[in-house]
Ligand binder design. Structure first.
Ligand code: SF4
Length: 366
């Protein structure tokens, strides 16, 4: 039974220099046509049964689409899958797009969570990150969503951008403390290969904070947000009690989910699969009645367990005790016991990539 559905909306009004998500600033396909393709794609999964608990409109910039188009889309969607038990319905939103009127419209459609791509609450940060909105736009956007009745608001923040200091982080914190935010995703700036920042970094034209500075910034977020009552429940994610992102939990706890749209990923019946990243191929495939899947991997036995452990080590739940023997002895100092397992301490989270490489997967019982 599939309980989580992700929908990728690949439209953006500009491309940010750090972003490696699949998104297009111009497209031959209109918003309306794309939404119709998504419905047709969902129709190709007749063999699956659905009882949706979480629905997530991600991107791209889903808030570039007029709410009235979502109304038709959601009506069509609910004819194909059971949405009566939906608990969490998120839309990602850019700060310069929706305001109170649009938020009211989407709230009427059942959307009850907004994730705002703030990235920085300082003008300098926004400039370095190539964002075209202002701090005021972000504040207005968050307050409008709240005023429209959507109280479950998350924001994305990027830290460790060039020349950022702890003083900048304090400024970020000062602004966000006064806003009705229930959830934060704080991402370390990563210069991904196929991005402008990635190219500049490889040519040594982009200087990022060193590892000690990054560690200080990471611990700043952890300590400050915890003192404000946020729980650090995944390496990059913090939530006030009861506001963990239920949709992302389905990824992190290894549950099934279906992804629709260009480049979307799914995990169903032990198979992980990904759609084509090419819009033309995507549209063609749907029109011909073929799933636009380009990549498939069966996860079973050792590969399944490895995957689950890999993901769970990033969370506050950690891994069950029976797998503790996979941790090399010299790394145990970075772990602590939790209810029925062990998890990384905060300082261990900082070393996660190194730790994941050294886990003794060969000792798994398959
Ligand atoms: S960061 Fe967001 S707005 Fe910028 S290009 Fe990526 S998806 Fe679009």
């Amino acid at each position: 039974m599939i309980e989580s559905l992700y929908i990728h909306i690949p439209f953006c009004s500009y491309k940010c220099p750090y972003c490696d998500f699949v998104s297009f600033t111009s497209s031959l396909i209109s918003h309306q046509e794309y939404l119709q393709l998504l419905i047709k794609e969902l129709g190709l999964y007749k063999e699956e049964s659905f009882c949706l608990k979480t629905l997530y409109l991600g991107g791209g910039t889903p808030s570039l689409i007029d709410p009235s188009l979502y109304e038709t889309f959601l009506k069509d969607l609910s004819l194909l899958v059971d949405t009566a038990r939906l608990e969490e319905f998120t839309i990602e939103c850019n700060p310069e797009t929706y305001r109170e009127e649009e938020f009211k419209q989407i709230a009427d459609l059942g959307i009850n969570r907004v994730s705002v791509g703030v990235q920085s609450f300082t003008e300098r940060g926004l400039k370095v990150l190539g964002r075209k909105h202002t701090v005021k736009d972000s504040i207005d956007c968050i307050r409008s969503a709240f005023k429209a009745g959507i109280e479950n608001i998350s924001v994305d923040i990027i830290y460790a951008y060039p020349n950022q200091t702890l003083k900048d982080l304090k400024e970020e914190l000062k602004v966000l403390m006064d806003l009705p935010i229930k959830h934060l995703s704080c991402y370390l700036l990563t210069p991904y290969e196929d991005t402008l920042f990635g190219r500049l970094f490889s040519e040594e034209k982009l200087k990022l904070p060193d590892s000690d500075q990054v560690a200080d910034m990471y611990l700043f977020w952890v300590n400050e947000l915890q003192s404000l009552g946020f729980e650090h429940y995944e390496i990059s994610n913090f939530a006030l009690p009861g506001y963990e992102c239920k949709h992302n939990l389905s990824y992190w706890l290894g549950r099934e989910f279906l992804g629709l749209g260009v480049s979307a990923w799914s995990y169903v019946k032990n198979v992980r699969f990904g759609n084509t990243k090419n819009m033309r191929e995507y549209a063609q495939s749907i029109k011909e009645g073929r799933k636009p899947v380009e990549y498939k991997e069966v996860l079973e036995g050792k590969s399944l367990l490895k995957d689950i452990l890999f993901i769970r080590l990033r969370t506050k739940w950690g891994i069950p005790k029976e797998y503790a023997h996979l941790i090399p002895e010299e790394l145990l100092e970075f772990f602590k016991s939790v209810e029925d397992g062990i998890r990384l301490k905060e300082e261990g989270m900082l070393l996660i990539n190194e730790i994941l490489l050294r886990i003794k997967y060969h000792a798994l019982p398959y």
